[in-house]
Each structure stands twice: as structure tokens, then as C-alpha cells.
Design a protein around this ligand. Structure first.
Ligand code: ATP
Length: 329
């Protein structure tokens, strides 16, 4: 049997703004049904990629294929994708029902069918009882859910989400993350999610592309990116890492090269053990469920994750690090 085409395939995709390559010869395939995130700092090109997939921006060169069909020059409404924007872009003068109905009206779906579809989708996002309200009469989380309902009501094959949870407070954001993941599983459509929040990307995604300067630095599952970052940029952007340069690596491990080591792989004790090195706690950062220590060993600052309330500043401690936990950069 022939392998089915990827939901999205980008080939040599480039977008120049003057002399700036906002997106630089990008090759990427996203499988059907995948929850795919584009993660990166502000200005790294994520939104520009999304806008080219949606058809809001034309590439300077390269192609966008959806389900094996070249759509590079098709208008946004001729593509089987829909977008949820960070500011939701809801129509303030329309009710929740009318906001969600809009896309079906534009597609000339008959009225009775529209009503059935809208109520079904509002049910999915648990807003059926608020159908007559206007967006201004809703909370941030509820507005977010209408934006989702409005995007999924037309049954797109691909849903593009541009920092959709950025405007929500932390607690609501965490709740919406779970809802998004459940929704994606239920609908089995491809989600392409843009975020600069690494924790959010790790929580939600099947795979993540880490962007830097218009290029993908690394592509992988959350676990691969966390466990085996290929560059200092990824090691620093996805989670927290110790980065040891040549000199530090030689001093601490007698090894040549540049390495990353996660703080949870550094064990700290007040007793000397085989292979331990002595250091002094220079900083104690309380982070709720755990505490981060900065330990000074021969002038090298080492981050370690420890339980709360065990160590204090200026305390002399023994730390153990195994060279098998080092990740080569
Ligand atoms: P953010 O997380 O802040 O949204 P991003 O990774 O999505 O950032 P983009 O919005 O894709 O980044 O922008 C990539 C680069 O392209 C930036 O340097 C930006 O200033 C530039 N850029 C984006 N749109 C335009 C435009 N219409 N004209 C000129 N430059 C632009």
C-alpha cells in the first residue's frame, strides 16, 4: 500500500523581509493527526511559518503542500486549514453562537445543518449554555474556547494555533493545555502549535521543532529534545542545563569537548562520597516543589536540583556527577 502523504510538507520554504531571512530554506514534514509544536524565542520565525501554511503570507521561495497537494499559491479559504490567533479575533457584535456559525454561513451550509453543527461544537468545548452571550460577557478561558469552536466547526484537516494560551493566567493556561490535548485526541486532526513556552511545548506535543533565526535547530519528541539536546541553544531553551565549556569539562571530568548536564543529574550531599567534589552553595532558589542550588566548584557554577529546605547559602557540600550523564554538544 502506498504511504499516505504527510498532512503538511514544507520544501525549501523561505520568507525574506528586505535583507532579513525570517524563514530560511525550511524543510519539514508533519504527519496527519500529529500534535506538532514550533518552539523558539521571539523573532525566530515561527509565526511566519504558520502564516505561510495558512496562506496569509506568500513565501519568497519554496512550497507548501497539504495532503500531498501544492497549495503555495492558493488563497487561505481554499486551503483545508483554520487558524486560532492569540487575540482570538472574535466578532464583538455577534453572539457566541453567531461567531461559531460564521464560517458555516460563508460556506453556504443550510441553516438547520448549521444549527446542529454549532451546538455540537459548543457542546464539545462546554459552552452550549452560553450560546447567546457576546464575547465581552465571557472570561478569558471561555473566549479561548469559542475561538477554538469557531476554528473546528468547519472540520479543517489542520488546525494552526498561534500562541493561543498566551493571554491566559498560569492556572487557566494549564487547564486549557489539558483541554486542548483532549480535544486534539478526540478530533484526530493535525495541530500545529506555536509557542515560546518550553514547558507548554513539552506537555502537549508529539514532536517539537526548536526554531532559531528562521531555521530549525532541532526536531524531535519532547523526550529526545530534553534528553539529547544537540546544541547549546536547545539545551538552554528546553529546560535548564549546565553547559560546560572545554576548560570546565577538563577540570571536572578530565574530558575534552563541550557538554550539557541537567541539574537533576547533579547529586548534592553534606557527606563525602566516592568520586565527589567539594563546592560551596552560592545561591539557593526556592521553586516550590523543588529548590535549585548554584554550587561553586573551583570557580565553576553548577546548577543542581534538590528537595526544598535541605541546604543553605555558603554551606560546604559534596557533589557527584557521572560523566555518563553528560550530553555532548
Ligand atoms: P514571536 O514569538 O514574537 O511571535 P516569531 O518566532 O513568531 O516571534 P516571526 O513573527 O515569525 O517570529 O518573525 C520573524 C522575523 O521576521 C522577526 O525578526 C520579525 O521582526 C520579522 N518580520 C515578521 N513579519 C514581518 C513583516 N511583515 N515585515 C518585516 N519584518 C517582519
Amino acid at each position: 500500500m502506498a504511504k499516505s502523504a504527510p498532512a503538511i510538507s514544507l520544501k525549501g520554504l523561505t520568507k525574506n523581509f528586505g535583507s532579513l531571512a525570517a524563514v530560511d530554506h525550511l524543510d519539514l514534514e508533519i504527519a496527519s493527526g500529529e500534535f506538532f509544536s514550533m518552539l523558539g524565542p521571539s523573532g525566530s520565525g515561527k509565526t511566519t511559518v504558520l502564516r505561510m501554511i495558512a496562506g496569509f503570507d506568500l513565501p519568497s521561495s519554496g512550497t507548501v503542500e497539504l495532503d500531498g497537494e501544492d497549495v503555495t499559491s492558493l488563497a487561505p479559504f481554499d486551503r483545508d486549514v483554520n487558524t486560532v490567533f492569540q487575540d482570538y479575533a472574535l466578532f464583538g457584535h455577534m453572539s457566541v453562537f453567531e461567531n461559531v456559525e460564521y464560517g458555516l454561513k460563508v460556506r453556504k451550509i443550510p441553516k438547520s445543518e448549521r444549527k446542529r453543527k454549532v451546538m455540537e461544537v459548543l457542546d464539545t468545548v462546554r459552552l452550549a449554555d452560553l450560546a447567546e452571550r457576546r464575547p465581552a460577557q465571557l472570561s478569558g478561558g471561555q473566549r479561548q474556547r469559542i475561538a477554538l469552536a469557531r476554528a473546528i466547526v468547519v472540520d479543517p484537516k489542520v488546525l494552526l494555533l498561534d500562541e493561543p494560551l498566551g493571554a491566559l493566567d498560569l492556572k487557566l493556561r494549564e487547564q486549557m493545555q489539558i483541554e486542548l490535548k483532549q480535544l486534539q485526541r478526540e478530533l484526530a486532526i493535525t495541530f500545529v502549535f506555536v509557542t515560546h513556552d518550553q514547558e507548554e511545548a513539552l506537555t502537549l506535543s508529539d514532536r517539537i521543532a526548536v526554531f532559531n533565526n528562521g531555521k530549525i535547530e532541532q526536531l524531535g519528541t519532547p523526550q529526545e529534545l530534553y534528553e539529547i539536546p544537540k546544541s547549546e541553544f536547545v539545551a538552554g531553551f528546553v529546560g535548564t542545563s549546565n553547559i560546560f565549556n572545554e576548560e570546565a569539562a577538563l577540570t571536572l571530568f578530565g574530558k575534552r569537548g563541550r557538554f550539557a548536564l541537567r541539574p537533576e543529574k547533579v547529586s548534592v550531599s553534606d557527606k563525602k562520597k566516592a568520586g565527589s567534589v567539594q563546592g560551596v552553595v552560592s545561591e539557593v532558589i526556592y521553586l516550590g516543589s523543588f529548590t535549585r542550588l548554584i554550587v561553586d566548584v573551583a570557580g565553576i557554577h553548577i546548577k543542581a536540583t534538590v528537595p526544598a529546605d535541605v541546604f543553605h547559602r555558603n554551606q560546604t557540600v559534596q557533589i557527584n556527577m557521572s560523566s555518563t550523564d553528560l550530553v555532548v554538544l
